[in-house]
Design a protein around this ligand. Structure first.
Ligand code: HEM
Ligand code: MTE
Ligand code: MO
Length: 466
């Protein structure tokens, strides 16, 4: 066996372009990843941030890399070792950008620790119409910023460049508007898609959805104050978070200006969640709430709002959170060809009983949630105990549903006799909204490479106690 080639940190540093080839280090090992750059699932530009240097500070931020299959890919590109005096400074190995993240509730099912992504377990999800703050699902792309409410400023930039800087006290001066809104991630129920065929993304079960009472200033009032009166149909309102990656790129997203300026759309710059200041995980001190629209646009830790002729140039607006045909794969996908997800389709899921559970013979109680995007109200939930052969109508909760402004979910339940002699039940639910939109019966025809918009009939298999 040959002894490994030894390189200095200086040498590695000079290899950071396709012309000179692209080298990186991990621990004391040196890799030439030139051939991998265009294959990187996280994008070539992200990988290039580490070109010529250590991966540790970046991988500490994207802990998805701490998996053996990622290490195996990297191992194929090994070209040698760093000289001993040039090993990574220990501060880089130990500094953890997530060290300051808040403490979380132990009931949350964690799908990723860094960044933090977690959902409430089904048995708690529909215990309350309003989800308690500590178990509200959390979807972070980056470390949670720690913002000082006293020095916090929100920058509002109008279409002609005129700008306004608002403190929290300034925001409190606008009329306080309070609404109940369900927030759902585009990736809710992704795990059902990945069971069918691999998708790229976090494994969410049915809990990437929660409901809160949000209070704050209406975005249309704040934009009017910034001198914005008109509604150009082509324009967009872009939001930027104060969480940012190693290049300083902030989380961002946008919505059409027409929605932002419509008082009936009730888009909020929210500073309260269920009567409390926003928790840090949910955007303290200010986040956007866009009723009826996918979670990704509800930008947290809001730093900037601007009226622009184009949609946000953010990765999450243009290169993610879009739907595609099942025929599209990572070699053929053209992100520019599909619109960004805004309003979400009709959705429902069973939270009780749980898959695999044993239920009593006699009577079974089935519970769950149902919701639709764009303010469309859920008008009915159908439940089957025999895999969809026969159906019964579930009882919906009595929460208020305003026409065209049904922003929040409806909880539902069905109590039904267990058919005599049954050893197992295939429980299914499906919801109907007030446009008579329905859910597809299976996941195959809506499967997509990113695993978004997963809203097939929800199925739970249980055994009946003898
Ligand atoms: C995802 C490998 C460098 C950011 C991935 C995945 C692999 C990978 C295999 C997919 C993981 C999975 O889905 O299970 C590598 C290798 C690298 C490298 C071998 C170095 C040669 C970087 C750097 C960054 C980065 C430097 C950031 C600055 C990301 C992100 C994703 C990702 C954000 C997630 C993409 C998504 O699912 O949305 N990487 N990576 N990677 N990588 Fe890297
Ligand atoms: N805003 C910022 N600044 N950073 C983020 O990572 N995640 C988005 C959105 N707003 C995100 C963000 C996504 S994809 C979702 S689904 C919701 O926040 C989740 O909100 P929650 O964590 O309060 O449930
Ligand atoms: Mo999301």
């Amino acid at each position: 066996q040959e002894s490994p080639r030894i390189y200095t940190r200086e040498e590695v540093k000079s290899h950071r372009s396709p012309e000179t080839r692209i080298w990186v280090t991990l621990g004391s090992e040196v890799f030439d990843v030139t051939e991998f750059v265009d294959l990187h699932p996280g994008g070539s530009s992200k990988l290039m941030l580490a070109a010529g240097g250590p991966l540790e500070p970046f991988w500490a931020l994207y802990a998805i890399h701490n998996q053996s299959h990622v290490r195996e890919i990297l191992a194929q590109y090994k070209i040698g070792e760093l000289s001993p005096e040039d090993k990574v400074p220990s501060t880089l190995e130990t500094s953890d950008p997530y060290a300051d993240d808040p403490v979380r509730h132990p009931a949350l099912k964690v799908n990723s620790q860094r960044p933090f992504n977690a959902e409430p377990p089904p048995e708690l999800l529909t215990e309350n119409y309003i989800t308690p703050n500590p178990i509200f699902f959390t979807r972070n792309h980056l470390p949670v910023p720690n913002l000082d409410p006293v020095t916090y400023r929100l920058r509002i930039v109008g279409p002609r460049g005129q700008s306004l800087s608002l403190s929290l006290d300034d925001l409190y001066q606008f009329p306080k508007h309070e609404i109940t809104v369900t927030l759902q991630c585009a990736g809710n129920r992704r795990s059902e898609m990945s069971q069918l065929k691999e998708v790229r993304g976090l494994e969410w079960s049915i809990g990437a959805i929660s409901t809160a009472r949000w209070a704050g200033a209406r975005l249309c009032d704040v934009l009017a104050k910034a001198g914005h009166q008109f509604c150009e149909t082509e324009a967009h309102v872009c939001f930027e978070g104060l969480d940012s990656d190693p290049t300083g790129t902030a989380y961002g997203a946008s919505i059409p200006l027409s929605r932002a300026m419509d008082p009936e759309a009730e888009v909020l710059l929210a500073y309260e969640m269920n009567g409390q200041p926003l928790p840090r995980d949910h955007g303290f001190p200010v986040r956007v709430v866009v009723p009826g629209v996918v979670g990704a646009r509800h930008v947290k830790w809001l730093g900037k709002v601007s009226v622009e002729p184009e949609e946000s140039y953010s990765h999450w607006q243009r290169r993610d959170y879009k739907g595609f045909s099942p025929s599209v794969d990572w070699d053929t996908v053209d992100f520019d060809s599909a619109p960004s997800i805004q309003e979400l389709p009709v959705q429902s899921a069973i939270t009780e009983p749980k898959d695999g559970e044993m239920v009593e013979s006699g009577e079974v109680t089935v519970k769950g949630y149902a919701w639709s995007g764009g303010g469309r109200a859920v008008i009915r939930v159908d439940v089957s105990l025999d895999g969809g052969l026969t159906w019964q109508v579930a009882e919906l909760d009595r929460e208020e549903q305003r026409p065209r402004k049904a922003w929040a979910w409806r909880l539902w339940q069905l109590q039904a006799p267990v058919p005599a002699g049954k050893k197992e039940l295939n429980i299914v639910c499906k919801a109907v909204d007030d446009s008579y939109n329905v859910q597809p019966d299976t996941v195959a025809p809506i499967w997509n490479l990113r695993g978004v918009l997963s809203n097939a009939w929800h199925r739970v298999h249980v055994r009946v106690a003898p």
